[in-house]
Design a protein. Structure first.
Length: 699
């Protein structure tokens, strides 16, 4: 490896040609990076005390020694973004100066001849910089001053237009820009393929500009080490089709997520968002593939599945509708399992009808939990491991069986809980547009388009209600409004939101375009209402809650069917009660202390479950977070967390990591009096919250 400090313009002038290998990412700088480079250049050009401005390094592989008769292109492995951006700026500047030469060497002819073109060459050898795919055609068209192709590179065009606008704003004062360009410096780093490891050097580079995505790193990893014919074959037939399937914009925003979901499916573990590349390398190495080819073949197949689900590219109508609803509900955590379902469907192992039903139950599961305020942090783990419980000979039935069995805060809320909560819960901030449109379109053969309507509060949001509204709600109008404003019974859809404003109900009902003339199913019955108050809100909520049960259904398999999957084991074991604990019987000194403790523990969250075991009482969300061992002199508590994670200023707890105890966890403490409970509950909540954090999606 050779590293030399050099002037950027001199470096460009002396170099015959730079080529971006096919394994490199496409041009991705945005206006933010271009603006920073522009500001640095102009500042350096205006300030005589700034003798040079360093912009980073250009790292390239020299395939062969330069010869008089033939010169090989320099294969760039780091610096594409800077080279491309400076080329766009130079072309924009050349168009502005034309035949003039505001600074020596900065006429249009010299700018292009020195830094953009090899004027005596033909074909691709004529150009100083050769990009890949769409980027290539767009850049060459700009340098040749031709119209850009129809399938143009968005980033190339946008940034070129940005520089043109900035140069125009300079008017005739472009000398600082020219002086600044002349001061740009870089580190010229050339690698020898026989002696240097380009992949290791690439990974270790701490480049300025826009950080590489995990997908960029993966693409380089699978293609960089191959010989060029093999590279071109895999890129053309496997990787490039994935890029096209995602599209220019979605590739940058979705591909990393796809890779994370794919690895979760394959490994059963959820990679850290910033370590997807590292996990992919480990996955490939653990599999011991003789060639990377089968990995890319499968990646392309699963990428197509992902695009169908996440990017609205599904052609089958029922699947497309189900995927749209899942996207509206933002069920990203389910994608690892959805990828497997789609793959089995595509391979004929999952019938279409069963696939659609499975998607709808997944939608119901996520929505019911949101309505019932069940903590969402277990969803990623639930779906990451879901496939382990699927019997593919009874595909749909096994999915429903597992849903029905899920315990504690992984549970599928039952009808009674769902109906109770959906009628009284604040739903306005809970994806209101999604669930209102699902209610509206249920049973419709011609669905209402979501974008045509907005969410409407029948009882207005304005806290300064008119006298008419106050009279309708009664003397307790403020508490009625506070309780029911954002609930199911008071929310609907309308195309007349601004016209309705805060009008009294009768005006909203009878005006042109009012509720009385609405064709929406959600507004049926409003024309017959003489007033709008607490009772009418509750009545409408009850009607819509029954409709919600038809849309977001819960699985309901018989105990015999569940038994076929082994999910009956929990209820088949001996059940203990408080009567099995002698220290908790009525009249015992510890009973009052226990009742107070259990009340406060269960009040932490509605997901908390209490289970009496033979020797202790367990309180769990997903797993136990505190276990209580009743004793004659009080209660012994085991907290399921690491001792060093506990904030215990009174030092009431003890580290029992290496001690045998009934209960779960490394922390133990004893409580003997009611006065100690407030402090003890602070420690118990820490254990609960630690479990909640551990269940959250890794960043």
């Amino acid at each position: 490896m050779k590293a030399t400090e050099a002037k950027l313009l001199g470096f460009l002038r002396q170099s015959p040609q730079f080529a971006i290998p096919i394994y490199q990412r496409t041009y991705s700088w945005t206006e933010e990076q271009c603006s920073q480079l522009w500001d640095d250049i102009v500042r350096a050009g205006k300030n005589e005390s700034i003798r040079a401005h360093f912009i980073g390094s250009i790292v390239y592989i020299q395939d062969s020694l330069f010869q008089v008769s033939a010169q090989s292109p320099l294969q760039v492995i780091d610096g594409q973004q800077r080279l491309t951006t400076v080329s766009l700026l130079i072309e924009a500047l050349a168009r502005h100066v034309g035949c003039s030469e505001p600074v020596e060497g900065f006429s249009a002819r010299k700018l292009r001849s020195y830094y953009l073109l090899n004027t005596l060459e033909d074909g691709e050898q004529r150009y100083k910089l050769i990009l890949t795919q769409t980027d290539k055609e767009t850049l060459l068209a700009l340098v040749d001053q031709q119209e850009t192709p129809q399938a143009n590179s968005l980033r190339i065009d946008e940034n070129f237009n940005y520089f043109e606008e900035r140069i125009k704003k300079l008017g005739g004062d472009i000398e600082p820009l020219c002086r600044g360009l002349d001061k740009l410096m870089l580190v010229d780093i050339s690698l020898n393929r026989d002696h240097d490891n380009p992949q290791l050097i690439f990974e270790s580079m701490n480049s300025t500009g826009l950080a590489l995505s995990q997908a960029d790193l993966i693409r380089n990893y699978v293609l960089m080490g191959l010989d060029r014919p093999h590279q071109e074959k895999l890129y053309s037939y496997q990787w490039r089709p994935m890029e096209l399937a995602f599209g220019q914009e979605a590739y940058g925003t979705h591909f990393d997520s796809f890779m994370r979901h794919y690895l979760t499916l394959k490994t059963g573990e959820i990679p850290n968002k910033k370590k997807v590349y590292e996990e992919f390398k480990r996955f490939v190495q653990r599999q011991g593939f003789a060639s990377i080819d089968p990995v890319l073949v499968e990646l392309r197949k699963f990428a197509d599945h992902y695009c169908a689900m996440a990017l609205d590219k599904e052609s089958e109508p029922r699947l497309a509708a189900a995927f749209r609803d899942l996207r509206d509900l933002r069920v990203d955590v389910a994608f690892p399992f959805l990828l497997e379902l789609y793959n089995d469907y595509a391979n004929g192992g999952l019938p279409l009808d069963d696939f659609v039903q499975a998607l709808r139950y997944i939608e119901s599961y996520v929505f019911r939990r949101a309505v019932c305020s069940v903590p969402a942090n277990s969803l990623n783990k639930t779906f990451a491991s879901f496939s382990r419980f699927v019997n593919k000979d009874r595909y749909l039935e096994s999915i429903l069986a597992y849903f029905q069995w899920l315990p504690s805060y992984r549970r599928f809320p039952k009808d009674e809980e769902f109906v109770r909560e959906i009628k009284q819960r604040d739903l306005y901030k809970n994806r209101a547009s999604y669930w209102l449109h699902r209610l509206e379109n249920h049973g419709r053969k011609e669905p209402v388009m979501a974008g045509e309507y907005t969410v409407e509060h029948i009882l207005p949001q304005n806290e300064n209600l008119s006298i008419a509204w106050q009279d309708a709600l009664g003397p307790d109008w403020q508490s009625v409004r506070e309780k029911w404003l954002h609930t199911l019974g008071n929310l609907t859809l309308t195309g007349y939101n601004s016209e309705y404003s805060d009008r009294p109900f009768a005006e909203k009902r009878d005006m042109k375009g009012g509720f009385g003339q609405s064709t929406l199913q959600l507004n049926q019955g409003l024309a017959q209402q003489g007033t709008w108050n607490e009772q009418t809100i509750q009545d409408r909520a009850a009607r819509l809650a029954n409709l919600a049960l038809e849309i977001w259904q819960a699985p309901l398999l018989s105990p015999d069917v569940l038994a076929n999957y082994g999910f009956h084991a929990r209820s088949g074991s001996k059940r203990y009660t408080i009567l099995d604990h002698q220290h908790l019987l009525e009249g015992k000194p510890t009973r009052q202390l226990f009742e107070k403790l259990r009340g406060e523990v269960c009040a932490i969250d509605n997901c908390v479950e209490e289970e009496f075991l033979k020797l202790y009482v367990a309180y769990k969300a997903e797993t136990n977070f505190v276990d209580v061992v009743p004793q004659a002199s009080g209660l012994r508590l085991s907290l399921n967390m690491k001792f060093h994670e506990l904030n215990d200023p009174r030092r009431m707890a003890e580290d029992v990591t290496k001690k045998g105890r009934w209960g779960n966890g490394d922390v133990e403490l004893k409580v003997a009096t009611l006065e100690e409970l407030p402090y003890v509950m602070n420690l118990v909540r820490q254990s609960f919250e630690r479990q909640m954090v551990d269940g959250e999606e890794q960043e």
